[in-house]
Design a protein around this ligand. Sequence first.
Ligand code: G6P
Ligand code: BGC
Ligand code: BGC
Length: 965
Amino acid sequence: MLGFSIFPEVSGMPHTEREELTPKENNQLLLPGGHPPMWNHMDSIGPIGLPHREGVPGCSQEGLPYPSNSSELVLECLQQFKVTGTQLQQIQARLLGSMEQALGGQASPASAVRMLPTYVGSIPHGTEQGDFVVLELGATGASLRVLWVTLMGTGGHRMEPRSQEFVIPPEVMLGPGQQLFDFAAHCLSEFLDALPVGKQGLQLGFSFSFPCHQTGLDRSTLISWTKGFRCSGVEGHDVVQLLRDAIKRHGAYNIDVVAVVNDTVGTMMGCEPGVGPCEVGLVVDTGTNACYMEEARHVAVLDEDRGRVCVSVEWGSFGDDGVLGPMLTTFDHALDRESLNPGAQRFEKMIGGLYLGELVRLVLAHLAQQGVLFGGCTSPALLSRGSILLEHVAEMEDPWAGAARVHALLQDLGLNVGASDVELVQYVCAAVFTRAARLCAAALAAVLSRLQHSREQQILQIAVATGGRVFEQHPSFLSILQETVMLLTPECDVSFIPSVDGGGRGVAMVTAVAARLAAHRHLLEETLAPFQLNREQLAAVQAQMREAMVKGLRGEASSLRMLPTYVRATPDGSERGDFLALDLGGTNFRVLLVRVTAEGVKITNQIYSIPENVAQGSGQQLFDHIVDCIVDFQQKQGLSGQSLPLGFTFSFPCRQLGLDQGILLNWTKGFSASDCEGQDIVCLLREAIGRRQAVELNVVAIVNDTVGTMMSCGYEDPRCEVGLIVGTGTNACYMEELRNVAAVAGDSGHMCINMEWGAFGDDGSLGLLRTCFDASVDQASINPGKQSFEKMISGMYLGEIVRHILLHLTSLGVLFRGQQTQRLQTRDIFKTKFLSEIESDSLALRQVRAILEDLGLPLTSDDALMVLEVCQAVSQRAAQLCGAGVAAVVEKIRENRGLEELTVSIGVDGTLYKLHPHFSSLVAATVRELAPRCVVTFLQSEDGSGKGAALVTAVACRLAQMARV
Ligand code: G6P
Ligand code: BGC
Ligand code: BGC
């Protein structure tokens, strides 16, 4: 075998000196295996071609003896194939530059290499199990291969895959895409017909060896065909879908295509555990390419900051931007011009097995036409494209049988082979091959340098899985490659691991991972399906709420109490004065001083906490605590001793008998202070004031936070006739026609009704929508069976619903590798504010992971993605249910007034509504969908309902004033 190693075995010599070694000194051409360093000294000389000589067609100067210096002429011609060490380093550097440019996502100028993320995030950990079908298309040129791979998991012995190769007819490789995929489906079923697979569902891994944009393990769009393929209607399409459609059309087997991988990935993943893990996959077959495990944070398109992802370099297109220009020989240009994709895959066309035979043919034809070979005679076969194949060159190069094969092959090509022709032909083969191996080495060296950079490792120890017939058929290819890599990256300790079955097992590994992820995704979708509410279901909630509203107003049994609030009008702007306001029932307890002047409303407030033991202690303790806060506030505001009118926003269901009388019906939202339910809250407050010496307060009004919010926003926008709270709890109020309020006399004018919609469904009317997770949250709450609607919507419960779903998915092994953590079993550990944070568009998956890691959850990016989807499902359902409720209210008002179209504003408050990135828009969208004849404006309340309570108090004082005069 004629091989040329770049650098003589004089290791340790500094690079440059070695350069100076010239053959002249040796002045002799070494025979195969001798590897004379013959090219080095010719660095500065560019490509040389021998002049063309005319003569008898197919023959040069018939009968003329070979020019004496024919071998010189051959070597001179082959000079063009020489690549110097410097050039190799330049290629390494340029390719590394292109790789980093593409990783950074720099669009322009388009880098020559594509750096395509493959969604393979981890190298196999050997636990993969199962039977998988693998379809390989494109790696080995005009053939596709089907394999049956059985993975035995850790400790299981290795089962030999069964496989079958099918030759792809040229018209299929160049015809319509559908024909190619139908051919593949046909081969699949022909292969399976021979196996006892029966009708069971089969999982398939699709090894598709062409440049593709992957958007998932089973979604991959073909960028452009390479090698001998050019089927129509495939580029720009998802090749997995095309295969699925073909398999469906064929209909013989129930095959699910769960993963598509590039052949380099299959090669890398197929690396035998124990020798690997291989973190680079290198293929040199008809085409060439490599993949490697890059730090995810360096792949701009992924927006990930942790872990690694396998990137397919697609170095075949290196040089398509012209950077290889001076290195391309006339033969390279000729080959490219004749190829299916001129101008593309230039680097591949210097290395790939599909092209090496052709390069040899072009050189031989050229030299024959120069009269240097075969007596100056060519033959139709020698002049026809593709007549010399990779395997021919391999045979001709074989150190033992080569010479004889050269003879036989060239004779088959109709050439009369002279004695010295054999050796010269072997030189040509070796030149073409050595260049290919060295160029491939320079490219691999770029990948190794990249790995050193991205892992900040001085010394990189790495295993490279190799695959492809160029490796299998040309043992010297690997040794030249190894030698060159060692010199281009001396600080890398590289071991080359030949892939055992061309990557079939690797593809099965990825398929197993994909199958596991697909199964997890199915379980996730199954778990979240009950949270996806469709229009019919939402319209049903709207109708049920409407019906419950009417029953509640009539005083009939209904889960909606529809409580009259004795607020008959929204502010008209004439209110004036200083008022104290209390705001209890939300996240914070606030005491406010509200100054209402002609110029507007000025608010001073102080937030106080209500400790859980107070909220769940005795009523006396709670109200004494409230009075303490008021006194503290008055002192701080210099109001001590002043008895300002006070409005009390008390955000719990109260049956009001008047503006300043409210009987607490039941606590909600984690409050359970004793001796309060059934009591008049205003009395309890006044008693607490009475218990405190020297404090005088004039409690004028008690309002619900929905009413306070409506009034507060109504002060700015008189069309505001609905109040909505979506915070710790949820509820709504609206201005109802007094004639419809059975509990209050009079049938003209309006009355604001506190719907207490949190209790909607407590009569079981929401049973169809309730999930087992809602039931778990309800059972664990301090008021099981109560506030059903609230427990599907509000901030106090959404985090808990998510936590229960995460526990369920962990128990199914879908999340956190099935590891239940103590933290996740802790009540309320998953705050609802996490949903708002996790679903924020500006938050990358990595930040999602950070939130969850703070919760001590060991997670992968797939886990983070699934947690995000769980949060989205839970908050979307909450927003849609809330929207259905609002639609019921505004439609009621519209119909009350017999309007074709209603324009109304809704005052809204509550942390969940205000902070969640999508909640408000989902509510508005649902209202538009279910109440198209209502034009609804949502006004986010700036000052909370304390201002509203003060305004209600101001109206009451004004009316009392007028009553007195
Ligand atoms: C504002 C209002 C409160 C209301 C609360 C609801 O703060 O002033 O009256 O109760 O919103 O939201 P939250 O998220 O605090 O429960
Ligand atoms: C393709 C690559 C493939 C390589 C080796 C190239 O033509 O673009 O995707 O990995 O051939 O088969
Ligand atoms: C209460 C309502 C209140 C709502 C919002 C619910 O739990 O029952 O009165 O309006 O929470 O705070």
